[in-house]
Design a protein around this ligand. Structure first.
Ligand code: UP5
Ligand code: MG
Length: 210
């Protein structure tokens, strides 16, 4: 049973700090299932799902979509994956997000999440991450990267980037602080080439026996 423990990594950092880029490398090297909360929300908007226009507005304003929406999407992805190693990229953004995830009701889930549920019960804990990565990047570098990206994201413009940075500082830094106090935070200097940064990421997972 222990062998099947889910290994959950939260990947945090400001807009353009390189979360998605490093997640891809982690997937290639360590074979995790990558779940980008922002990607899941963008997909939801593109499929014209319920409340898509409100979600689009929220993202354009750099604000945070209600926890129940994001948690449901993450939950569905975990549910339909047969992996037990998850990289959750860009989530939790707020203390409220964090608590909503920790309190996930897993009882109604099919087999692989029932495993998580029994693990949670057996260890009398909430659904907590094993590791939290934080890509620490100076603001001017993040702005430069986002504005250079050119992939047509509605939030990649200077006005929205400024708002995203503010929301990151006010709402996400407390989450990062929380995990730092719990000894789960791996803070990585996100300046350098993609490969240089990955060489700081690699030992974290190697040390976990991945
Ligand atoms: N790049 C990457 N690494 C580089 C390096 N070392 N040197 C030079 N360039 C580098 O990288 C950004 C760009 O920089 C790319 O062009 C890359 O090639 C280059 P990327 O890896 O994409 O950075 P990332 O941190 O993933 O940036 P992203 O813009 O995706 O971060 P955000 O956190 O802003 O975006 P996300 O998609 O997570 O969220 C978008 C919005 O969705 C949020 O603002 C919010 O409105 C909403 N949201 C919620 O409401 N709730 C959630 O839980 C999640 C999102
Ligand atoms: Mg991203």
């Amino acid at each position: 049973f222990k062998e099947r423990n889910p290994f959950i990594t939260f990947v945090l950092g400001g807009p353009g700090s390189g979360k998605g880029t490093q997640c891809q490398k982690i997937v290639e090297t360590f074979g995790f299932k990558h779940l980008s909360a922002g990607e899941l929300l963008r997909r939801e908007i593109d499929s014209n799902s319920e409340h898509w226009s409100q979600m689009l507005n929220t993202i354009k304003e750099g604000r945070i979509v209600p926890s129940e929406v994001t948690v449901r999407l993450i939950q569905q992805e975990m549910e339909s994956s047969d992996s037990n190693k998850f990289l959750i990229d860009g989530f939790p953004r707020t203390e409220e997000n964090r608590i909503a995830f920790e309190q996930l009701d897993l009882v109604s889930f099919p087999i692989n999440l029932i495993m998580i549920s029994s693990y949670v019960k057996a260890h009398q804990i909430g659904l907590e991450p094993n590791v939290v990565l934080f890509f620490d990047c100076p603001e001017e570098e993040m702005v430069k990267r986002v504005l250079n990206r050119n992939q047509g994201r509605v939030d990649d413009n200077i006005d929205t980037v400024k708002k995203r940075l503010k929301v990151f500082e006010i709402l996400n830094l407390p989450v990062i602080d929380y995990y730092s106090k719990r000894g789960k935070l791996c803070k990585i200097n996100a300046v350098g080439t993609e490969d240089e940064i990955f060489e700081k990421v690699r030992p974290i997972f190697s040390a976990c026996g991945m």
